[in-house]
Design a protein around this ligand. Structure first.
Ligand code: IMP
Ligand code: MG
Length: 196
């Protein structure tokens, strides 16, 4: 069962400027590292069951950079063989990302023909990023493509996304920590916090 966070943490007047400020302030955690660890272990067990009978190792395709922390923990919670690949998606500078146009700055290295692919993403917001990546992966001939997302924030969805393995459904707040950044910062925080 996906955990749905219905009680957003109370918002604060000004955002912090450094990770240290977040750590030392009394800003309430939205999701603690213990909650995350428990949930990730469960997802790992579930994913291992779903893929128990495939005859090639699972290919985890991690969407850089935010999903790396989640992916590292998820990988170690699997009890099936898995390979690791990375993609880097960046939107076109003209703001066309809302039309689903994304540039893939880095693509997986190995062939994916006939392989079972698990996309790993930190957060699904509009859904544009993961949709574009999934489309490209399917074109490479994958036997199946599923999606694991640590966070699902449905409030701003623009395209329909099927999330096969969800960590937490969160309210409409910008979040940081556990790999998620604001302007490149805060990825190192072990807990997830709401910035807004
Ligand atoms: P989407 O294409 O709108 O679904 O955006 C997903 C991407 O935006 C994620 O891979 C994140 O890197 C980034 N993102 C969206 N919301 C947040 C957030 O609250 N915190 C940090 N990164 C976010
Ligand atoms: Mg991302």
């Amino acid at each position: 069962m996906t955990e749905v966070l219905t009680q957003p943490a109370p918002s604060e007047t000004t955002g912090p400027s450094t990770g240290e400020e977040v750590r030392t302030s009394n800003r309430p955690q939205m999701i603690s590292s213990a909650q995350i660890a428990r949930r990730v272990r469960r997802l790992g067990r579930r994913i291992s069951e779903v893929y128990a009978d495939i005859d090639t190792p699972l290919v985890m395709v991690v969407i850089l950079k935010g999903a790396t922390v989640f992916a590292a923990d998820l990988l170690r919670s699997l009890s099936i063989p898995a390979e690791l690949e990375f993609v880097r998606a960046s939107s076109y500078p003209t703001g066309t990302s809302s039309n689903g146009r994304l540039r893939l700055a880095h693509m997986v290295e190995g062939p994916l023909v006939g392989r079972h692919v698990l996309l790993v993403e930190d957060i699904i917001d509009s859904g544009v990023t993961v949709n574009a990546v999934a489309r490209r992966i399917r074109k490479l001939g994958a036997a199946s493509v599923r999606l694991a997302a640590l966070l699902d924030r449905p409030a701003r969805r623009q395209v329909v996304v099927k999330i096969d393995f969800t960590g937490f459904v969160i309210p409409d707040r910008f979040v940081i920590g556990y790999g998620l950044d604001y302007a490149g910062l805060y990825r190192e925080l072990p807990h997830i916090y709401a910035l807004t």
